[in-house]
Write a protein that binds this ligand. Structure first.
Ligand code: SAM
Length: 270
């Protein structure tokens, strides 16, 4: 997208790089500005694996949603920190398995809001909605989601690539606790979160750079801290692992993929 086209959109600051747009750039999308590409290239120069990492994260979304709509039998999804639309958004993956699935997307980025139409192309049997809200306002998110989702039936709560944008671990845990408390038994929580367990200082330096040039800031957490978000829930195998290793699609040709610095898990509320 050109910076001129962006200037016409209210609420957009094209002088500061933003998480959703850098992410879109790494995923090969077009909805990003010069400042995002520059920041994305700088981070990728410091940590070349970051682009593969973003793609592994997105591939995890596909496998997790296929599992949730398939064997787990979930028909309702609350996807907070949606990101810009790309190939295989949550509703497309879920509704391929279960056309009647209902999906509510939530993001606080004005550019994601301006692209929300692409996220609302529900199958006729299902439903999609988009809420312009902040993860730090769980009551607002839940009230908005209740317009579309039935909170007496299982819901899959997806927090993919978003909790690391909450700097305080206590606050992030409290948000997860409040959201999960609103879900009935049989619901699921899926999380994907950045760490430095694999690349160490290279990832930490890249994130320090990100935090100087981009918004919102990122806070890396250890796999143990990520696992704590699932307290009280039953993790499904293989537990909390690098997202490239969560039930990977292994073929005899490509073997086991290398781990990346995004750790994830999927758990069921008993
Ligand atoms: C790295 S992208 C992840 C996109 C997608 N979930 C995925 O896994 O591919 C993070 C998204 O979270 C959104 N986000 C960041 N902080 C947020 C907050 N406090 N409330 C709602 N959305 C937020 C950003 O705007 C961005 O779209």
């Amino acid at each position: 997208m050109s910076d001129d086209a962006a200037a016409a959109r209210p609420g957009l600051d094209t002088t500061v790089s933003h998480s959703a747009r850098i992410w879109n750039y790494w995923l090969g999308g077009k909805d990003n500005f010069a400042v995002d590409r520059e920041a994305g290239d700088r981070v990728a120069a410091m940590l070349p694996i970051i682009v593969a990492q973003a793609r592994a994260d997105r591939a995890f979304l596909g496998r997790a949603v296929r599992y949730l709509a398939g064997p787990a039998g979930v028909r309702q999804f609350l996807d907070i920190g949606t990101g810009l639309p790309t190939a295989d958004n949550t509703h497309q993956v879920a509704q391929r398995v279960a056309p009647e699935a209902r999906i509510v997307y939530v993001d606080n980025d004005p550019l994601v809001l301006s692209h929300a139409r692409a996220l609302l192309t529900s199958s006729p049997e299902g439903r999609c909605d988009y809420i312009d809200a902040d993860l730090r306002e769980p009551e607002k998110v839940l009230a908005g989601a209740a317009q579309t989702l039935d909170f007496t039936q299982p819901v899959a709560l997806l927090l993919l690539g978003v909790l690391h944008h909450i700097p305080s671990t206590d606050q992030a845990q409290e948000i997860v606790r409040q959201l999960v408390a609103a879900l009935p038994p049989g619901s699921f929580l899926a999380i994907n979160h950045s760490t430095s367990a694999v690349s160490g200082a290279a990832m930490e330096d890249a994130v320090a750079h990100w935090n100087r040039v981009g918004t919102p800031t990122m806070t890396l957490r250890s796999p143990e801290q990520i696992a704590r978000f699932f307290d009280g829930l039953d993790l499904v195998p293989p537990g909390v692992v690098s997202c490239s290793l969560w039930r990977p699609d292994i073929s005899p040709l490509n073997g086991q993929p290398p781990p990346v610095d995004e750790f994830c898990g999927v758990a069921r509320k008993p």
